[in-house]
Design a protein around this ligand. Structure first.
Ligand SMILES: [Zn+2]
Length: 258
């Protein structure tokens, strides 16, 4: 899943393979002979900065992919055509497939596409910026915590998997108004979980890597809670664009009384 941790891993992989290299050809002619300086993750956004002063901005959402192809690779008539590609000679070809958000902009204008984002939960400055993110989450006290955590303007990089699992571990009912939640505590917890996942290269929240055992409640509707055995509950996506589908344990994450 393209959450902040997987985007950060992808940026690391692409940077290691291609940063510092010059393209011998590219689907957009402006990039032919240009040097890729760095690949920078910002939340779930990816910025590829080129020496020529342009940045390729992408967001994978559910289906997009940056793929590495063998040296000399070109899209064939039979294959699904990439929307953009860069040929880095002996290092291979980097191509964007089914990318829902993909644009070229001046590096100096990057704020236009990432300036609205809140603090990045996986960035180095997260400990100092956590209070800002927590204040933003609490700024709309009636909004449900499950939506407030996913609104990338409050804090960026958290995807639904980490929000759902983080709320389970924190024992917080996902429909609790954000104003009634200790946002610092929840954000600290989610940040720790995501960093651990990033280091270990997994999105397992249970610590168990076996298939079907990696999550506490995510995707487990009606199955027994791993902690107490109560059937896991589910709510479909809501009207708030950040209210994604949600799973929780009615016993471990009880709704407040009254
Ligand atoms: Zn439970």
């Amino acid at each position: 899943m393209a959450e902040g941790d997987s985007i950060r891993r992808l940026a690391g992989r692409l940077g290691a393979a291609f940063a510092g290299r010059v393209t011998v050809a590219a689907s957009a002619r402006a990039f032919a002979g240009d040097r890729l300086l760095e690949v920078v993750p910002v939340g779930k956004h990816l910025l590829m900065r080129f020496a020529g002063g342009f940045t390729v901005h992408s967001h994978l959402r559910m289906q997009g992919a940056w793929r590495q192809h063998r040296p000399g690779w070109r899209p064939s008539a039979r294959s699904v055509r990439p929307v953009m590609w860069f040929d880095f000679g002996a290092a291979g070809v980097l191509a964007a497939h089914e990318m829902p958000v993909l644009e070229i902009l001046a590096t100096a204008d990057e704020q236009r596409v990432v300036g609205h984002l809140g603090p990045d939960i996986l960035a180095g400055d997260w400990p100092e910026r956590l209070p800002t993110a927590a204040a933003a989450v609490g700024a709309q006290p009636a909004r449900l915590i499950r939506s407030a955590l996913l609104d990338q303007r409050n804090v960026c990089g958290i995807g639904n998997l980490w929000a759902v699992e983080g709320l389970f571990i924190a024992g917080v009912w996902p429909h609790t108004p954000a104003g009634d939640v200790d946002a610092v505590k929840v954000l600290e917890l989610v940040g720790r979980m995501m960093r651990l996942g990033l280091r270990q290269g997994t999105q397992s929240t249970t610590g168990n890597l076996r298939r079907g055992q990696t999550h506490w409640v995510y995707g487990r509707y009606r199955r027994p809670c791993r902690r107490c055995g109560t059937p896991v509950a589910f709510t479909a996506a809501g009207a708030d664009p950040y209210a994604r589908e949600t799973w929780w344990c009615p016993f471990c994450q009880p709704a407040p009384l009254g």
